[in-house]
Design a protein around this ligand. Structure first.
Ligand SMILES: [Zn+2]
Length: 964
């Protein structure tokens, strides 16, 4: 109590407006009483909570994540780029695209098929199977558009009308294209029937058991044949295939659950094929037929092999799989979930065991040094407290209450509260709550400090305290872990597990990192792995450049990982990117969360975890991703050691059923491998951080999506976009970007290298939004129009923005560009006539052809417009007639105001005036003067030679249709 009193004195000095004696007396009284009362009360509460066995809920999160493969919408038409895979042998006469006939947009099997193709990064196109006819166009000139055909329902193929069937079969024979089909029996299916037109009999609605892989099947690649899989197959609606024709080779075989179920087969047949391969000996077409859907995990594996086999390995993954297992928050965990000595020994032992199957396998441990020996902090609480604002008594009250509820022990809750003590004192001095809590804080050696800053977070690292007594056993675990420091890989995870996006100041972040680095060096933890992970993915994506900079400065970080790019779900679309010298790799979920610590309490049932491993989501992740980085947490390695169980079981399962070669690499080499496999993922595609709630939550609060433009004027050049830019700027509701000195005022973000500077850079070109809602930012960059990449990038970042393009006769545009180059003393334009430029052939000098390109290519309006319309709805795009803009700008501006839906309408007839000297419309100033564009605009030059116009037309430089 002596300490208590001295601290009270210090406290009292802080608050001079209360009479000293009163406050002393009051506090002392409460100090004494509250300690006993609350200790009694809280101890009682703790006991109660323990009895109720209150496991912390994590179930919703877990089950939601596993659903990825199933809940995704069926995707019609998007062709996803092939990024990995071998493929591309010379002389291949088909595009590496799969044609998938689905039953409907929402049919389950169709979605399962598509999900696997997407996970493998294979391109595909879905079509709703027609009842009878109507094939999509299969060839393009002499080229096949598809390399494989998949039927969700093989009967749709069998029952095609003769014309279309012949068309498809002929295509398959001619281009060597195979067919995969599924036969899903229903209650109307005949028990036994011949497949129409094939020497093949089907026996349906069977229950099967004891499946084996036929080791002689030629399509096996990843699938390993070996011992049978004992037990029943899921469902009792199986179909088996029977044939005497040598074209059919079984792939999977199984027994019927009861001998009498197929009387026609007799009891002699022990094993029946449930998946058969048609070797093409019957009609020249290779097929693989499945006697059920993809619900059975082995079907998924065989399906992947079937796709690879039938496409001659063009759509196939190699056998190499890289695994990296991160164990995050190695010191952060609430008491009772951390590793004890035996757990640490088991971790090392399992690592040794795993190395027999995965050479050099090493657990990658992430640490926040602040929690070493004293990390009695529940991770989720920590996040919660860091993300909310601690400016009210209510927050503190709730924090404490939640903490006690969840952790069942109050000492560490107060321990946590230490950080906020200063704020606490200032804000809630007079509250009874404070008077109740404060003595407890004091009795737990919590120092009471004056408030230096209104920001509680920057305050936290300043406080170093003797820790409240915790579990010695767990502290010994920490010690043992550090004595094995050389056995593991390590990565920094911030000193106090705070979220980087909350810090706008790079040096504060760097300070935090330095604390962690100092900790690492004191404990011999290697600091040169070049890999780091941000708490809660914060700052990695959406990019918080301050984090990247501090990482590089303090640690030399070159690799990180996240689940958030482009989005958490669906998991199969997670990708990597490189920004500012840091490789960001996609991270996978393994089904273990901070709160899954007991096998028996696994969300759903323990069976659910085993399902994930034995052919479920986790197995599929490794099957379909050449590189998998898994994130687990400390708590998965104490208690039931679910982390060890999961990865040992996973590796054993993979080795039993696949030929995959499992390996590992340290993060930097892993990143190199990743981007050599998927080079087209290097460039990021920035998205609107406000379109994804998770992204918005981990985006700096100092940034706002209101700072993005809502209108893009995309050009092309020489059609009047600068005049339009001037006119738009005259509207009180519209605000243009600040000029960019490098690029003649335009920002030129979406088309070129500026894009790699990131969205923060882009936002800097727009003012901080005021509070009025009429802020409407716009920018004009005239070469967005014909850029190959601008439309996709703009739509990703500004999905709701409006797009304006201005078109004039492309021949005039080309000529104007040519004259523009002459006026800028371009030597090529000065040397050659316009006629020379437009008729230059492929053997002309390169510089001439470059000029020709800049004259002609932007004028291929249809191609460029189509690209913009692929990414923006037509109601968002306004195409203006540049000629009309020149002659009657005011009426064009009326149209634009309507298109933009502006609050205020401006009468441009009153504020624009024709300047006869300039020859174009200008801004009318007070006193009748005009403000016009500079000399470089509206330049006069000789008219185009009419004969050249004829040449342009005859050579069909812009269009097949001529209008002179
Ligand atoms: Zn963490």
């Amino acid at each position: 109590m002596l300490g208590c009193v001295s601290r009270l004195r210090r406290l009292v000095r802080l608050v001079r407006h209360l009479p000293l004696q009163t406050s002393l007396l009051l506090l002392f009284l409460f100090c004494t009483v509250s300690v006993f009362v609350s200790a009694y009360f809280l101890y009682g509460a703790k006991q109660e909570l323990e009895h109720s066995g209150g496991g912390v809920a994590g179930g919703e999160v877990a089950s939601a994540v596993y659903d990825d493969l199933r809940v995704s919408p069926s995707r019609l038409l998007p062709l996803r780029a092939v990024s990995g895979g071998p493929g591309g042998e010379g002389g291949v006469r088909t595009d590496p695209v799969v044609l998938v006939f689905v039953e409907s947009q929402y049919s389950q099997l169709g979605q399962d098929i598509v999900a696997i193709l997407e996970s493998g990064r294979f391109r595909y196109r879905t079509e709703i199977s027609p009842g009878k006819g109507d094939m999509p166009t299969l060839t393009d000139k002499e080229h096949g558009r598809f390399t494989l055909v998949i039927y969700e329902n093989i009967l749709k193929y069998v029952n095609l009308d003769a014309w279309n069937r012949e068309l498809l079969d002929k295509y398959c024979v001619e281009y060597g294209v195979g067919i995969i089909g599924f036969f899903k029996a229903n209650e109307n299916s005949l028990l036994s029937a011949q497949l129409k037109g094939f020497p093949l009999f089907l026996h349906s609605n069977l229950g099967l058991k004891d499946c084996t892989v036929n080791s002689k099947s030629p399509l096996l690649f990843i699938t390993r044949s070996g011992q049978p899989l004992p037990g029943p197959l899921p469902g009792d609606d199986w179909t088996v295939f029977q044939s005497n024709h040598s074209t059919y080779e079984p792939v999977l075989l199984a027994k019927t659950q009861s001998a009498e179920s197929v009387p026609s087969l007799g009891t002699m047949v022990a094993l029946l094929p449930s998946v058969v391969q048609d070797l093409g000996l019957h009609d020249g077409i290779q097929r693989v037929l499945f006697g059920n859907n993809l619900n059975f995990w082995l079907h998924k594996l065989v399906f992947v092999d079937a796709v690879g086999f039938l496409t001659g390995k063009r759509l196939s993954l190699s056998l190499e799989r890289h695994l990296l297992v991160d164990i995050d928050d190695i010191f952060v965990g609430k008491e009772g979930t951390r590793m004890k000595v035996d757990d640490v020994k088991a971790l090392l032992e399992t690592q040794r065991e795993l190395r027999n199957h995965v050479p050099n396998f090493t657990f990658n441990l992430g640490y926040s040094g602040k929690f070493f020996h004293a990390g009695k902090t529940d991770g989720s609480l920590w996040y919660e407290t860091h993300t909310s604002t601690h400016t009210s008594m209510y927050t503190l009250h709730r924090f404490l209450w939640d903490c006690i509820n969840k952790s069942k022990q109050y000492t560490y809750c107060f321990y946590n509260l230490r950080t906020y003590t200063a704020l606490f004192i200032k804000q809630t001095f007079f509250s009874p709550f404070r008077l109740f809590i404060l003595p407890l804080l004091l009795s737990c050696s919590v120092p009471v400090l004056p408030l230096h800053t209104s920001h509680p977070l920057t305050f936290s690292p300043l406080i170093h305290l003797p820790s409240c007594p915790g579990s010695d056993e767990e502290d010994l675990g920490d010690d043992l872990l550090l004595s094995y420091v050389k056995e593991f890989w390590w990565f920094p995870h911030m000193w106090s597990h705070m979220q980087p996006h909350l810090f706008h100041n790079q040096s504060v972040l760097a300070e935090q990192m330095l604390l962690n680095k100092r900790f690492a060096m004191e404990h011999g933890i290697p600091t040169n792995m070049g890999y780091a992970v941000a708490p809660h993915h914060s700052g990695v994506y959406p990019v918080h450049l301050q984090l990247y900079d501090a990482w590089k400065k303090v640690w030399g970080i070159r690799v990180t990982s996240t689940e958030e790019y482009p989005h958490l779900k669906p998991a199969r679309f997670r990708r990597g990117f490189i920004h500012s010298g840091v490789s960001v790799l996609p991270r996978q979920t393994c089904g273990l969360f901070t709160h899954t610590i007991f096998y028996k309490e696994y969300p759903g049932s323990p069976n659910e975890l085993d399902k994930l491993i034995n052919g479920g989501e986790l197995f599929l992740t490794v099957l379909l991703n050449p590189i998998s980085i898994f994130m687990t947490h400390l708590s998965n390695y104490g208690n039931d050691r679910l982390g060890l169980y999961t990865f040992k079981s996973l590796v054993a399962f993979l080795q039993t059923w696949t030929n995959l070669r499992l390996q590992t690499l340290p993060p930097i080499q892993l990143a190199q491998r990743y981007f050599s496999l998927f080079p087209n993922e290097r460039d990021p595609l920035w998205q609107d951080p406000c379109e994804d709630k998770r992204h918005k939550d981990i985006w700096s609060k100092e940034k706002t999506c209101d700072r993005f433009p809502k209108l893009l004027v995309i050009g092309p050049q020489k059609t009047g976009s600068t005049a339009l830019y001037l006119f738009l700027g005259m509207h009180p509701d519209l605000t243009s970007n600040y000029p960019n000195k490098e690029t003649f005022e335009e920002i030129q973000f979406f088309n070129g290298h500026n894009y790699h500077r990131g969205i923060d850079w882009y936002m800097e070109y727009f003012p901080l939004p005021s509070n009025t809602s009429s802020d409407y930012y716009f920018e004009k960059s005239a070469n967005y129009f014909d850029s190959e990449v601008a439309a996709e990038r703009a739509a990703a970042l500004l999905p709701k923005s409006k797009i304006i393009t201005i078109l004039i006769n492309p021949a005039d545009r080309a000529y104007s560009w040519y004259q523009h180059q002459r006026a800028h003393d371009d030597p090529v334009a000065l040397k050659y006539s316009f006629h020379d430029v437009i008729v230059a052939t492929h053997d002309a000098p390169v510089r001439l052809r470059v000029l020709q390109n800049r004259c002609l290519v932007p004028g291929w309006y249809a191609i460029h417009l189509e690209r913009w319309l692929n990414h923006y709805h037509s109601s968002q795009v306004l195409v203006l007639d540049g000629q009309q803009l020149k002659t009657e700008p005011a009426s064009v501006m009326d149209r634009i105001q309507k298109f933009l839906g502006l609050v205020n309408t401006v009468n441009y007839h009153r504020i624009l005036a024709f300047d006869p000297n300039k020859g174009f419309w200008c801004q009318l100033l007070e006193g009748g003067k005009t403000k016009c564009l500079g000399k470089s605009k509206g330049r006069r030059y000789p008219d185009m030679d009419p004969e050249v116009r004829v040449v342009i037309c005859q050579c069909k430089l812009f269009t097949d249709i001529c209008s002179l």
